[in-house]
Design a protein around this ligand. Structure first.
Ligand code: C5P
Length: 244
């Protein structure tokens, strides 16, 4: 079956050493073009590894979740864009000025790469429930209300999309023009690990996901390449059925 990449799958490189990440990339070979680098690997391996992967033609989602004053975030996103990554994340809770500054930084830095870095906003962390939001003191205690409010703010600031759980995708797509990067994906029959509100790749695609993030179900599979190909085939099938 020919694999389309209409909904790219970003493999999360959640490892603590550059060599472990290189081994995953080598094992997946041509089957994987898209990778997520988060705080753990970035701190363990540095930006050099990101550049190395970009030089190999890999497409990187750099998930460092910036949240600071606009000037600092502008400078950080500029440096991230210089690395040639496809996506970076910022917290929508940083506010509209910070979100606009993130876009400005990307534009300033993209001149150094090929100009394609896009900003994704994180709305409410999926680890937060009603009680956590009340304790923080947010006006709305319902996570969904906050997600929609922050996604609307992010859209007004001009960001490309949001990171959201499979259970929020349909709401985001119905109410905004934002793209949705969706983690918490578990192929049918796979262990949920610590993901409490996981969904299958087909569910996420049917709900309107633009990109998926998958970590352990691929990286820790007995045959990672096969596991990734099976997910990509499931996505293709779901897209065909959706279009039919
Ligand atoms: O191994 P697993 O597929 O659960 O990895 C999912 C990746 O997506 C991890 O890197 C995790 O930090 C990230 N993520 C998530 N839920 C969110 C945001 C990010 O699982 N709401």
């Amino acid at each position: 079956m020919e694999i389309s990449q209409q909904v790219p799958v970003f493999v999360a490189l959640d490892v603590d050493h550059a060599d472990k990440a290189r081994l995953v990339v080598q094992t997946l070979g041509d089957a994987a073009t898209y990778y997520k680098v988060g705080l753990e690997l970035f701190l363990a391996a540095g930006s050099g590894l990101v550049s190395e992967l970009v030089d190999q033609g890999k497409r990187i989602f750099l998930d460092l979740k910036f949240h600071d004053i606009p000037n600092t975030v502008r400078a950080a996103t500029r440096e991230a864009a210089k690395l040639g990554v496809d996506f970076i994340t910022v917290h929508a809770l940083g506010g509209k000025d910070m979100l606009v500054a993130a876009q400005e930084g990307v534009q300033a830095g993209s001149g150094f790469a090929d100009g394609h870095t896009k900003v994704l906003a994180v709305t409410i962390l999926t680890s937060h429930a009603v009680a956590d939001l009340a304790a923080i003191g947010l006006k709305f205690h319902d996570p969904k209300e906050n997600v929609l409010n922050l996604a609307t703010l992010a859209e007004q600031a001009g960001v490309h999309g949001v990171v959201c759980s499979p259970h929020e995708v349909a709401m985001i797509r119905a109410n905004t023009g934002l793209a949705a990067m969706v983690p918490g994906i578990r192929p049918t029959g796979a262990s949920a690990n610590d993901q409490k509100r996981a969904a299958t790749p087909s569910d996420a695609v049917r709900a309107g996901a633009s990109y998926l993030v998958v970590g352990r179900p691929v990286v820790q599979a007995p045959d990672p390449k096969q596991a990734l190909l099976a997910i990509q085939e499931e996505i293709d099938l779901a897209l065909k059925l959706k279009e039919a």
